[in-house]
Design a binder for this molecule. Structure first.
Ligand code: SF4
Length: 205
């Protein structure tokens, strides 16, 4: 079994697909390597490519807020992407790029052995749940895949573009909170208090 550090080093010079030609930094993943939960986004954007860290731009800040609202911190979870190198102009990663990079994601997941995987957005859900996955219709539903519970929600970038989707996304995060609690995690009870406070927080997302 790989350690995450071995895996990171092995991946660091990956040239399995053409995205290696345009990356500034490979963006491997970050967070708690022993977490019960892994969040999988699509691919690095401009800021992530420059810093080598996933979800550091505005979408990452929104993800941090959503985690906080269910009593989680970035350090509690592991965060990575379907592809580790930035697609030029932030285009969708091509099927062959996703396929090439899946070898790394599979080994990351095997190394962490999480109970829950959260797909952030369509690209992640169609890669990990089903090629025909419809994020607008099927987000928030649980799937059992290779012994793990898998759920999809909107990508934070989509929530930045369309704030009307935020209440649906927050409902998905409540599902995630319930699942984490069922695993015995005591999530910060102050994160969610009264209904009014809850509404204020959801509106502030
Ligand atoms: S995107 Fe993945 S498969 Fe392609 S070069 Fe980067 S690490 Fe390798």
């Amino acid at each position: 079994m790989d350690t995450m550090e071995q895996l990171r080093q092995e991946c660091s010079d990956c040239r399995l697909c053409r995205l290696c030609e345009t990356r500034t930094n490979l963006v491997f993943g970050v967070g708690n390597e022993h977490s019960d939960i892994v969040f999988v986004g699509e691919g690095p954007g401009e800021k992530e490519d420059l810093q080598g860290i996933p979800f550091v731009g505005p979408a990452g800040q929104l993800l941090d807020v959503m985690l906080k609202l269910i009593g989680l911190k970035r350090e509690d979870v592991y965060i990575c992407n379907i592809v580790k190198c930035r697609p030029p102009q932030n285009r969708d990663p091509a099927p062959e790029e996703r396929e090439a990079c899946s070898v790394w994601l599979k080994r990351q997941i095997a190394c962490i052995d999480p109970k829950i995987i959260v797909c952030l957005g369509r690209i992640s859900a169609t890669s990990l749940i089903s090629p025909s996955f419809r994020i607008t219709r099927e987000h928030g539903q649980w799937y059992e895949i290779e012994g793990r519970r898998v759920i999809a929600t909107y990508h934070p970038s989509a929530l930045l573009r369309d704030v009307s989707k935020r209440p649906e996304a927050f409902a998905d995060f409540r599902e995630i909170r319930t699942a984490m609690r069922s695993l015995g995690h005591v999530l910060d009870p102050l994160a969610l208090t009264s209904d009014n406070t809850q509404k204020d927080k959801e509106n502030s997302l």
